[in-house]
Design a protein around this ligand. Structure first.
Ligand SMILES: Cc1cc2nc3c(=O)[nH]c(=O)nc-3n(C[C@H](O)[C@H](O)[C@H](O)COP(=O)(O)OP(=O)(O)OC[C@H]3O[C@@H](n4cnc5c(N)ncnc54)[C@H](O)[C@@H]3O)c2cc1C
Length: 284
């Protein structure tokens, strides 16, 4: 039978048709967004899925809604579009930098925010730590169901979700805060970052840190918050040198991931320097 899901690539015209095709395809099907990760599957010695459901033509996955209390981002929004849309909102500097400096311009024009969050084996995804420090939530959908969960929870469950789901939107609450994203690529541009530090702080009226969010990407297999460093920053004026000193004292809680290009210890060793850079970018 020639159903959408029986083709190798089905270009879904609507969210409903995409969810139907993913449901019919079961474990043999997966969303195809920008394709920048999927196209490199052979290089990583991974099998391609028998069926892909292309979601790039679905209008409701391309919206960016900026309200007074939240920003909602459709899963098929590209890194380049996202960076341009948020460029004037300084509270989102961390996400603008994450989306606007990842990879290279050609990739940024294709890679999507949904793909960035959904790619389980991609430790160096820039938008994941940026969205972690912004307390983002993720809306996932499957045929007949929709659920909103916080990003931290999504990261723990994404590889065990039953077939048929997709990321529909990302919801980022708005708050008065200063944010920055510091990443260390081995080369000037175009390669994956060795380590990433995303930082978001709110300050009280005498300049002390009231709330802090620090998220670390690319060091371990999955990005996560650095809660002990957050606690160390709260209650003090934000000072780049002191923040780096605190980070150096706490960095042993990370177990770096090994790879052919970067040894595990190096990813951990560079964290205090990245914390310093992120804090300095906030004018401290
Ligand atoms: C050379 C190179 C360097 C790069 N460097 C960086 C970098 O430094 N930082 C960075 O952040 N990114 C980088 N990227 C881009 C990276 O591949 C994307 O950010 C992202 O991880 C994949 O997005 P995509 O839309 O291309 O997803 P795809 O390749 O289409 O899909 C990737 C995976 O996510 C799934 N998926 C996609 N969309 C959804 C959805 N809405 N719901 C559920 N599952 C979904 C797919 O089924 C697949 O398993 C680089 C890419 C290349 C080629």
């Amino acid at each position: 039978m020639d159903t959408p899901a029986s083709r190798s690539v089905y270009v879904a015209p609507s969210l409903t048709s995409a969810l139907d095709a993913l449901d019919e395809g079961g474990a043999a099907a997966a969303p195809f967004a920008g394709g920048t990760w999927i196209m490199r599957a052979p290089i990583r010695h991974e099998l391609l899925k028998p069926r892909y459901v292309a979601i790039g033509s679905i209008p409701e996955l391309h919206g960016i809604k900026i309200d007074a209390d939240a920003v909602e981002i459709g899963a098929a929004v590209t890194h380049a579009t996202l960076a341009a849309a948020l460029a004037e909102l300084s509270e989102f500097n961390v996400l603008t930098a994450a989306a606007g400096r990842s990879a290279n311009p050609a990739i940024r024009g294709m890679a999507t925010i949904g793909g960035n969050l959904a790619t389980t084996a991609f430790a160096a995804a820039d938008c994941v730590p940026a969205l972690l420090c912004l307390d983002a939530e993720v809306e996932i959908a499957s045929r007949g169901s929709r659920e909103r969960i916080d990003l931290e929870q999504f990261l723990t469950m994404r590889s065990t979700l039953a077939p048929g789901w997709l990321v529909q939107r990302i919801i980022v609450p708005r708050q008065e805060r200063k944010t920055a994203h510091a990443r260390l690529p081995l080369r000037q541009a175009g390669d994956y970052p060795t380590a990433i530090v995303s930082l978001a702080v709110s300050l009280d009226d005498v300049g002390r840190v009231q709330t802090a969010r620090v998220a670390v990407g690319s060091v371990e297999p999955v990005a996560r918050r650095w809660e002990r460093l957050e606690d160390a920053l709260v209650g003090h004026p934000l000072n780049a040198a002191k923040a780096a000193h605190a980070a150096a004292g706490l960095a042993d809680e990370f177990t770096g991931r090994d790879s052919t290009d970067v040894p595990a210890w190096y990813r951990v060793r560079v964290l205090p320097g990245l914390v310093r850079r992120a804090a300095a970018a906030l004018g401290s």
